[in-house]
Design a protein around this ligand. Sequence first.
Ligand code: KG4
Ligand code: ZN
Length: 337
Amino acid sequence: MRILGIETSCDETGIAVYDDTAGLLSHELYSQVKLHADYGGVVPELASRDHVRKIIPLIEKALSDANTQPNELDGVAFTQGPGLVGALLVGSSVGRSLAYAWGVPAVGVHHMEGHLLAPMLEDNAPEFPFIALLVSGGHSMLVKVEGIGSYEVLGESIDDAAGEAFDKTAKLLGLDYPGGPLLAKLAEKGEPGHYKFPRPMTDRPGLDFSFSGLKTFAANTIRAADDNKQTKANIAYAFQEAVIDTLIIKCKRALKQTGMKRLVIAGGVSANTMLRAQMKTLMDDLRGEVFYPNLAYCTDNGAMIAYAGMQRLKAGEVLGLSSQAKPRWPLDTLAPV
Ligand code: KG4
Ligand code: ZN
């Protein structure tokens, strides 16, 4: 079976062709980062318009790179939600129309299920069950995963997502949008021990997160500090250390609570080098295993949507012609496959 995957939930147009025997045949990505940089964040209307401009040429390129004709496809998967409604509408309208024109089924994919299953594209894919830590720009959650579609959300952020906290703190440090990776780079030059940020919500039971206080703490710290480059690096280091420590404490708790030994970390923030190193140490200590997507599939992409769509298509899931984009769509309402 071969499928076209389309991702347009935010500021990346991602297209991929995935085959269940040959694997990933092509993968195209266009990032709108430059378009939104002047505004310091994603402007939804500009995002939608840019998806409209890029989506068809990228689909043509993905099909050509995969040496695939439309009549060789068995389905079209697209991100149906959650995300920016205008951006989602571009991918769903194009995906739904192509499926109709090509006479193949369409499948609507949950963006976070895409992130969660992205490590399955790797050679050493995790076996079920596992705990998933999903950390992106829009979501932070801990999920107990029994199988595809069997998701129990154990905890989530009550305010900012982890990636959002990275981006906002980066902005306060004068870094460009999206600041997460730039803050991580600056933190590499930072020295430990100069600043101590709080580890929010770790002093009470439960698996929810709260990251907005860290951004306020960062704002106050930056205001009181000098404008030196090393000082900024030290602040970036302390901020990143606090986010990672908090995530580690919560993962440890979730693993203990469920008795699980496998941890999957996905979403944009899972690209963070320090996070990866420290989670590896944690899982070595616990005699467990940690799994990540390939760096190319940590942030938004079409490959994860094609993969998740393939699983649902194989299970017989097909979207009707009147399907809608779902800007809000709780992960635990998905049907098990
Ligand atoms: O999953 P993603 O591409 O988009 C959403 O679904 O939201 O995640 C993007 C987020 C951004 O907030 C970005 O700053 C963050 O992931 N991010 C990072 C790193 N790379 C991307 N945060 C920390 N360290 C990184 N290396
Ligand atoms: Zn995402």
